[in-house]
Design a protein around this ligand. Structure first.
Ligand SMILES: NC(=O)C[C@H](N)C(=O)O
Length: 495
């Protein structure tokens, strides 16, 4: 018999509404699973079981009266980058180690309004800077997947690595993520789950700790796209407190699952055939094209000529913004303070003690590319190239409805394979960053396992605010791929 941990978010929602299970029962099962497995996975930074049990009770009362929102009684995890009123919010940084926000982010407020039950705050790369969840001040997250016949610990991807691992292992039914250059899509691919980076402006950034404000976008991570669609509908929407949030109606995303892909034009960007890509990933990409063609789509080759500038311009623009955003952590207004005889000394000592190496590296590079004398050569130029990258997408979308690519150039790697050269780590983002720079929506769906038994994902990139077509095409891949595998570490497997 399958366990309560095999329920998808959608099936749990239906079972709750039909009163086949109670919210308290569902919540307790997840709290137990976290207690059993998270000592190993380390996907949570802060657990909130008492609040969760209380919220579940309230959900049951609403459900008994036939009331309750779309997520009533659904246990979720929240990436620890979203401010949660009265619950510690760290961004996985020492500098915010004791920060308890007095307010709620709009995204989490929307989820709460719809009745979600929060189990706690999920681990991530410090300030969302990383692709392996190795930069967290609260320790690395372990991927619940193992290579066949091996006990080596794999990374879950990053930066939303805690979200990805918790969803994959069945500790939560869904999670929030944020994606600046791939932080939802790459960890989703590494852990065999689905994740959507919506169009920039679709979800409010209010109350989400900023990394690079012109790129950061919240989105859902869950076992499949139906679950992501349900979450996204709740998370999205205009918010007057975020001037970049866009005032356009939120569709009923779940309905898009039924659309199919007949007649859909799917573009294959030829520049994504990068040198050194493993043959299995090329083969999976080809398989994805075949699946979509068999489901009635037309496959068209397209060109995104500025693709190769995606990574270098992202790692200029994002870091410039980060250096400016992170200037606020001065030891005076937030978080960790290290006393010193002078004010400058206090800033220096607090920032030196509070930030980890990767964050410091990025602040230094970001400050450099913004400094007078280098601004034009780096930052301004990167912004101009960013426009060219966006134009590539707009041109391609005159010919096609969506683009299909691999999500990442490799599957999950071992924790101790961490490259000493940070640029090697940045290369993980080669396929995810261009869509981020353009602001267009993109998603990752699990599409298969590699020869080592580790999941691989396919990415779909869409037109501005057309998440529905992405969901329809992604669902066609889900149906063809029939990805029903479970990771080695999973709540439904008894020890
Ligand atoms: N935040 C992200 O989207 C992750 C990306 N790998 C970065 O380190 O910037």
């Amino acid at each position: 018999m399958s366990s309560i941990h095999d329920l998808t978010l959608a099936s749990a929602r239906d079972a709750l509404k039909a009163r086949k299970i109670s919210a308290v029962e569902l919540t307790n099962a997840h709290i137990d699973a976290i207690e059993r497995l998270d000592g190993q996975l380390n996907s949570f930074i802060t657990r909130t079981p008492d609040q969760a049990r209380e919220a579940a009770k309230v959900s049951d009362e609403a459900l008994a009266k036939g009331e309750g929102g779309s997520l009533c009684g659904i246990p979720l995890g929240i990436k620890d980058l979203f401010c949660t009123n009265g619950v510690r919010t760290t961004a996985a940084s020492k500098i915010l180690g004791n920060f308890v926000p007095p307010y709620e982010s709009t995204v989490t407020a929307n989820l709460l309004k719809d009745g979600a039950v929060f189990l706690g705050k999920l681990n991530l790369d410090e300030f969302a800077m990383g692709s392996a969840n190795l930069t967290s001040a609260f320790g690395p997250v372990e991927n619940p997947w193992k290579r066949k016949g091996s006990d080596v610990k794999l990374v879950p991807g990053g930066s939303s690595g805690g979200s990805a691992a918790a969803v994959a292992a069945g500790l939560v039914l869904g999670a929030t993520g944020t994606d600046t250059g791939g932080s939802i899509r790459q960890p989703a691919a590494f852990t065999g789950i689905a994740g959507i980076k919506p169009t920039y402006g679709r979800c409010s950034r209010f109350g989400t700790i900023a990394f690079a404000s012109s790129l950061d976008q919240a989105g859902p991570m869950a076992r499949n796209l139906q679950d992501c669609a349900i979450l996204l509908e709740s998370m999205a929407g205009f918010d007057p407190r975020d001037s970049t949030s866009v005032d356009t109606p939120v569709p009923h995303y779940e309905a898009a699952l039924k659309r199919g892909v007949k007649g859909l034009r799917v573009g294959i960007p030829k520049e994504y055939h990068v040198e050194g890509m493993p043959a299995e990933i090329e083969a999976l990409w080809q398989q994805g094209m075949d699946w979509l063609r068999d489901a009635g789509a037309e496959i068209v080759e397209v060109s995104l000529p500025h693709t190769k500038y995606g990574l270098p311009t992202y790692y200029i623009a994002a870091l410039a913004e980060a250096s400016s955003n992170l200037a606020r952590y001065d030891g005076v207004r937030f978080g960790e303070r290290v006393s010193a005889p002078t004010l400058d000394g206090l800033y220096e000592a607090s920032r030196a003690a509070g930030f980890g190496d990767e964050v410091k590296r990025r602040i230094l590079i970001g400050t450099h590319v913004l400094s007078s004398g280098y601004y034009d050569a780096y930052y301004l130029r990167a912004q101009k190239v960013r426009t060219l990258i966006q134009q590539d997408f707009l041109k391609a979308f005159e010919k096609v409805d969506v683009l299909l690519t691999p999500t990442a150039p490799s599957g999950a790697f071992a924790q101790d394979e961490k490259p000493s050269d940070p640029v090697q780590m940045y290369l993980n983002d080669v396929f995810t960053v261009p869509a981020s720079m353009a602001g267009v929506p993109a998603l990752s769906v699990p599409a298969g396992l590699d020869a080592r038994g580790v999941p691989l994902g396919l990415q779909l990139i869409g037109k501005f605010f057309d998440e529905e077509t992405l969901i329809a095409a992604g669902h066609a891949i889900e149906q063809a791929a029939a990805f029903h595998y479970r990771p080695t570490i999973h709540a439904g497997v008894s020890a």
